[in-house]
Design a protein around this ligand. Structure first.
Ligand SMILES: [Zn+2]
Length: 287
């Protein structure tokens, strides 16, 4: 579905709310839209808040999975390395066990579709304004929305990754008949692509993210509260290099004081309005 059609579908039943948000943020939208159209290299940093509107529960905070079930082990990568077979057996079982947090999250993710926030980032990419979206979300929704530039700093739940050669493959293409699954390229052990506690971010991905941040002169902070490193360090890194920061988040965050524009609200409402304002600047006679 074309992004504009999808955004229009979402907008129709909530038009009144959108108008109210637009009035509330009018001058800020103008300022941020000008910042974006004047920038030479824009990067977005997206967190769980972007996907909450797609029905995916956050990990932390009210309604968060970890708030409800407790934090997972901080040694999970070590546990995987010590016994990958047992880890996989436990994982596959957890995915089928009713009431298990892993199953609860899996069902929410299986049902989820991109929301107007994801499609707005795709629209900014299509306008040749947004160079890349560094997403901390593993839900694949930014890629489902059509983005070509998503840098999945914490991995992608639909993929598996070889610990030997780093090859990423679709989970649906891997056999689980013997555990752990083994890489067809190098016979290495395969794990989820999602980055576990205690596991370093894959080097190539981290380098791409750092390059993007070091080149940007404008950064959009979408639904991220800055609690997870190294992603949490990226806004300050961009700020120190003189980039303009634009934040969209339901609450103020530790980044808010260094942002030039702070939108306290839902990205699924504000991002489409921001894209509309940007289009009106780029094509003033057609709006
Ligand atoms: Zn391999």
């Amino acid at each position: 579905m074309p992004p504009d059609t999808c955004i229009a579908m979402w907008k129709r039943p909530i038009r009144d709310a959108m108008e109210s948000v637009e009035n509330q943020f009018k001058s800020q939208l103008d300022e941020a839209a000008h910042d974006i159209t004047n920038a030479g290299y824009i990067v977005a940093l997206a967190g769980a808040g972007l996907s909450v509107e797609s029905g995916i529960p956050p990990y932390r905070g009210p309604g968060g999975l970890w708030t409800k079930y407790g934090e997972p082990s901080l040694l999970s990568f070590n546990e995987f390395k010590e016994n990958p077979r047992a880890w996989w057996e436990n994982r596959l079982l957890s995915e089928t066990e009713n009431g298990h947090p892993i199953r609860e999250m899996k069902l929410a993710l299986d049902r989820a579709i991109p929301n107007p926030g994801h499609y707005s980032l795709k629209a900014l990419e299509d306008l040749h304004l947004l160079k890349s979206t560094i997403t901390q979300n593993v839900d694949n929704l930014q890629t489902m929305a059509g983005s070509k530039s998503a840098l999945e700093i914490h991995g992608n739940r639909t993929l598996l990754r070889c610990l030997g050669c780093g090859a990423r493959q679709k989970r649906t293409e891997i056999s689980f008949e013997t555990l752990p699954p083994i890489c067809k390229y190098c016979n290495g052990i395969i794990k989820m692509d999602t980055v576990m506690f205690g596991e370093p971010i894959p080097k190539y991905t981290l380098e791409q993210c750092m390059d993007a941040v070091d080149n940007c002169d404008c950064m959009l902070l979408i639904g991220t509260s800055g609690t997870v490193n190294p992603a949490a360090q990226l806004p300050m890194r961009a700020h120190k290099r003189g980039a303009r920061l634009i934040e969209i988040n339901p609450e103020k965050t530790p980044f808010s004081p260094i942002c030039h524009s702070v939108f306290t609200g839902k990205s699924g409402f504000i991002l489409p309005l921001l894209v509309d304002h940007i289009r009106s600047i780029l094509r003033p006679n057609k709006t």
